[in-house]
Design a protein. Structure first.
Lengths: 384, 245
């Protein structure tokens, strides 16, 4: 049965109240009874639908290190809940949910020493690289922590920093090489801490993995476990909520480490695909751009139609995210049976659609063939 | 006289366009629009109850939030928000849902020139996706003027910086109707000849500006054809042929 969401009507003029969405009583009952009848347990069937946009700021600077750690680089995480993700997200300084998210991911990455900070040191005590991770939440389908964590890891794995060398009279001058001159270097990541979130409900021992937005609104407690693929626990966070027996917690931990292995594999595969594409793009960039034949009638521009994507109907309010058809990222389409979807990276959003242009229909009106942009460099028709 | 562009396009050539709708789940309407490397994601929420303080409660209110790719929100973003708000206000039917607010959130994914036109196009598609009542659609384009006076369409960021001046132009899209031709004329000219928004940077003579307008108008005719196709096709989820070569 499909459920329509009814937003709580507010008579007040405060537009903010009109934004909050509370599940109706019927919904709550439905979710709880469904869960009680084991309709969805231990079913990590999908990651929430959205994708997080993630930027690693390419203007990362050389900064002074912290005094007590003169040999290490710094890493900072900024979370931004964009109002486009959820009607209740307001613009402005991050609320407590955003801060909690940022802190949890930060703890997982920094505390577990996943990223090698010492390799970021340029001049001990004087100059180190500072990395900044910007998390933009685009779409909130529930379980932001897990998805944001995966996004951060994927971004860190695909990030490249410019190489720099020491020079000058006394070896104190630092020269940063631009990416065209010397290939930028990847970060050294020791292991990948994966966050897995569980939701607990008040009806006896019901536990779900990866709660969706509706489930989050109904659940009585949550726990996030950050583990890595080798089974080491990096962080556990259970802030309040309903009390959970020890047995359950142990069970959760075991489930989490299983999941972590699968997710790690997914991330690594996706990153590899991305790196390959990036490498092949670089090679093609150096080749001369090939001009396809272009006939332009004066005043009329040539145009290539973009691919028209399948749009899934968004009517189902329960947010079952079998949405494999309309993903923006072809990377995700390449993932096989695993339903876990890594969020798209900022750079990815530009790329996969480019791949689709080879399958594009052209406007047949004019005999105008438009040409590909230089950066893509795919040669579909060589000039005769 | 025709300048040689770095990526080999002719001055009249646009970059490859891509438009996808309904990509976000929570937003009432969403669309992503990319021209070459420039990509913008737009989401629409609305109509929500109540208007902001200084707005007219007799009409619907449009709120635009512009989020840059990185960095703080500064004056440039506020200016873009204002331009977009005015543009969208002129295409929306504001009297249908009085005393409501519709939010348009624009997220810059990548900026490689012609950012504001890309954003306007994305916002328009998102508004259609959300079902907000509109009079007509808006199509936007960027035309720049090179040193020697020739007009170049849809510049990349590098080109934008090198050109003497550029103009963002927004036109109404061309109408397709069953009614006889004369009914859409405004003062004797077809509707799509009007300019909704025009923002210029740099120096250009009046003649050059008028040339820009002419070229832009022709390009927008093509753009609106593309937009119409893209919006119509997306209604049929079982249509797999659109992805085929």
């Amino acid at each position: 049965p499909s459920i329509t969401l009814i937003s709580a009507p507010e008579a007040s003029m405060d537009s903010r109240l009109a934004n909050t969405w509370r599940p109706t009583v019927n919904e709550k009952k439905f979710i709880e009874t469904a869960l009680a009848s084991n309709l969805r347990i231990d079913d990590y069937n999908r990651k929430p639908i959205e994708y997080r946009q993630l930027t690693i700021n390419f203007g990362r600077q050389l900064v002074q290190p912290y005094r007590e750690r003169p040999n290490e680089g710094t890493m900072s995480i900024f979370t931004e809940f964009s109002p486009m993700a959820d009607p209740s997200f307001e613009l402005g300084s991050p609320g407590e949910a955003a801060i909690e998210l940022g802190r949890m991911i930060d703890r997982g990455l920094r505390g577990s020493r996943a990223v090698d900070m010492e390799s970021l040191c340029v001049l001990a005590g004087k100059l180190v690289w500072a990395i900044r991770i910007d998390l933009h939440i685009l779409d909130n389908g529930g379980n932001l922590i897990d998805a944001a964590n995966v996004a951060a890891l994927a971004a860190l794995l695909t990030f490249r920093r410019p190489e720099c060398s020491l020079g000058g009279e006394n070896g104190q001058e630092v020269v940063v090489h631009p990416p065209e001159v010397k290939d930028p270097l990847p970060l050294i990541v020791h292991h990948l801490p994966i966050a897995v979130t569980f939701g607990f409900f008040s009806t006896e021992n019901t536990m779900v993995l990866d709660p969706t937005h509706s489930e989050e609104a109904v659940m009585a407690g949550r726990m996030t476990v950050t583990v890595n693929a080798s089974g080491g626990i990096c962080a556990i966070q259970k802030a309040g909520g309903v009390g959970v027996p020890q047995r359950e917690i142990m069970r959760c931990l075991r489930l989490a480490s299983q999941r972590a292995g699968l997710i790690t594999k997914t991330i690594k595969d996706a990153v590899e695909v991305f790196n390959k594409e990036r490498a092949s793009r670089k090679i093609k960039r150096h080749s001369t751009s090939v001009a396809a034949t272009v006939s332009v009638e004066d005043g009329i521009t040539s145009l290539r139609e973009g691919p028209h994507r399948q749009e899934k109907s968004n009517s189902n309010a329960e947010q079952t995210s079998e949405d494999s058809d309309s993903d923006v990222v072809t990377m995700q389409e390449k993932l096989s049976s695993e339903d876990v979807k890594p969020p798209t990276l900022l750079t990815d959003l530009a790329e996969p659609e480019e791949q689709q242009t080879s399958r594009v229909k052209k406007t047949t009106k004019d005999a105008v063939k438009s040409k590909k942009a230089r950066t893509r460099g795919e040669r579909r028709r060589a000039p005769t | 006289m025709e300048t040689d562009r770095k990526d080999g396009r002719t001055p009249n050539q646009l970059r490859p366009l891509k438009c996808s709708r309904n990509i976000l789940h929570r937003a009432h309407g969403s669309a992503s629009w990319s021209q070459g490397e420039t990509k913008v994601l737009a989401a629409v929420y609305g109509p929500k109850a109540g208007t902001k303080k200084n707005e007219d409660p007799e009409k619907a209110c449009i709120e635009v939030i512009w989020k840059p790719k990185t960095g703080q929100i500064g004056k440039a973003e506020k200016e873009c928000e204002m331009i977009m708000k005015k543009t969208i206000q002129s295409i929306c039917l504001l009297t249908i849902n009085p005393n409501t607010t519709t939010s348009v959130i624009v997220q810059v994914v990548n900026d490689d020139g012609a950012l504001l036109p890309c954003a306007i196009n994305a916002a328009c598609a998102a508004l259609v996706d959300a079902g907000i009542p509109l009079k007509h659609l808006a199509v936007a384009i960027c035309c720049c003027v090179a040193e020697e006076g020739s007009v170049v369409l849809d510049p990349t960021k590098l080109e934008e910086q090198q050109m003497r001046g550029f103009a963002y132009l927004v036109f109404p899209n061309s109408a397709l109707s069953a009614l006889p031709e004369g009914s859409y004329l405004v003062n004797g000219e077809p509707l799509e000849h009007g300019i909704i928004t025009s923002v210029t940077h740099g120096v250009m003579s009046v003649d050059e500006y008028l040339k820009c307008v002419d070229r832009g108008r022709a390009a927008c005719a093509k753009l609106s054809g593309f937009l119409r196709n893209s919006l119509q096709k997306s209604q049929f989820p079982s249509d797999t042929s659109s992805k085929a070569a």
